[in-house]
Design a protein around this ligand. Sequence first.
Ligand SMILES: Cc1cc2nc3c(=O)[nH]c(=O)nc-3n(C[C@H](O)[C@H](O)[C@H](O)COP(=O)(O)OP(=O)(O)OC[C@H]3O[C@@H](n4cnc5c(N)ncnc54)[C@H](O)[C@@H]3O)c2cc1C
Length: 291
Amino acid sequence: MTDGTFGTRNERLAPLTSLRIGGPADFFVRVTSLDDLKGAVRVARRHELPTFILGRGTNVLVADRGIRGVVLENAWSETEVEGVTINASSGTPLAHVAAVAARSGILGLEWLATIPGTVGGAVHGNAGAFGSDTAEALVDAVLMDLDGETWTVARDELGFAYRTSALQGTPTVVVRARLRGRPGERREAVARIKEMVNERAAKQPLAQPNTGSIFRNPVGEHAGRLIDAAGLKGARIGGAMVSERHANFIVNTTGMATAADVRALIDRCQTVVQERFGTLLVPEVEFVGEW
Ligand SMILES: Cc1cc2nc3c(=O)[nH]c(=O)nc-3n(C[C@H](O)[C@H](O)[C@H](O)COP(=O)(O)OP(=O)(O)OC[C@H]3O[C@@H](n4cnc5c(N)ncnc54)[C@H](O)[C@@H]3O)c2cc1C
C-alpha cells in the first residue's frame, strides 16, 4: 500500500474533532459514498490494518499519539423521506436530518438539531437530548462488517440503553439508519428546533472547543451538579478546564490543550467526586487511539 493508492499518511486528527485535540492517523481516508466506505473498509482489511470510523469527532478524545491503522472520516451525507421516516446515510449530520424532517412536516425529530454528530455516531452511542434518544426514534439500521458485508437489524437487536448500544467496543460500521417521527406541521417543527437550539446555546460553552458532556449522568443525578458541588468548576490542567458555564463540559481553553491534559482533568473530577459523594462518574466521551 502506498500513499497514492490509499488516502493520506500521518494526517493530524485534531482539526477533525470538536475538542481540536488528537495526534495523527497512520492512514486517513475521507469517504463520501457507500462505494467509498465499502471500498476503504475492504482495502484496510486486505492490508490487515485496524479501522476506526470517525463521524464528526464530537464524542471522542483522540490520544496525543494518534490512531494506528486507518481512520475513515465518514462524510457520506444523504437522506430520503419515506412517509414520516427519514432514511439517512451514516455520515449525515443529525442537524441535517432534523432540518429535512421539519421541512417535510415530520415532528418529533427536532432534538437531533442540538447534537453536532452524525447518524452513525448517534446509533453507536444512542445519542439523545430533550427526553428523546436515538433508540426511541430508530426503526432499523444497516450495518457492515470489516469484510464489507452488510445486513439490516431492527432497533430491538441493538442492545440500546442510556448512551450505549451493543455496537460499542465492536468494529461494526453503521451504514444507514431509518429514524421515525410523526405527521405534523412544518411551522411547529421549525419553531421547536429554534427553541431547543437557543436553549442549548444559553447553557453550553459552545464558543470554546469541547466534546459535549464528559460524563454520563448517574441515575437520578446530574454529573455537572456533582462536579460543581465538588468545587471543580474552573479547575485546570494544562490547557484543559472544567467549564465555568457547565461543569460537565471540559473546554480546550487555549486551543493548545493535549489529550493527556483532558484525561488528567477527567481523572481528577472522578477522584474528587467519588471522595466527596461516593459516586463514580462514568465517561460518556470515548478515549480512542494509542494512549
Ligand atoms: C456541543 C456538543 C453537544 C453535545 N450534545 C449531546 C447531547 O445532547 N446528547 C448526546 O447524546 N451527545 C451529545 N454530544 C456528543 C456527540 O455529539 C454525540 O455522542 C454524537 O452522537 C457523536 O457523533 P459523531 O459523529 O461525532 O461521532 P464521533 O465522535 O466521530 O465517534 C464517536 C464513536 O462513534 C463511532 N462511530 C461514528 N460513526 C460511526 C459509524 N458510522 N458506524 C459505527 N460507529 C461509528 C466512532 O467510531 C466512535 O467510537 C454533544 C457534543 C458536543 C460537542
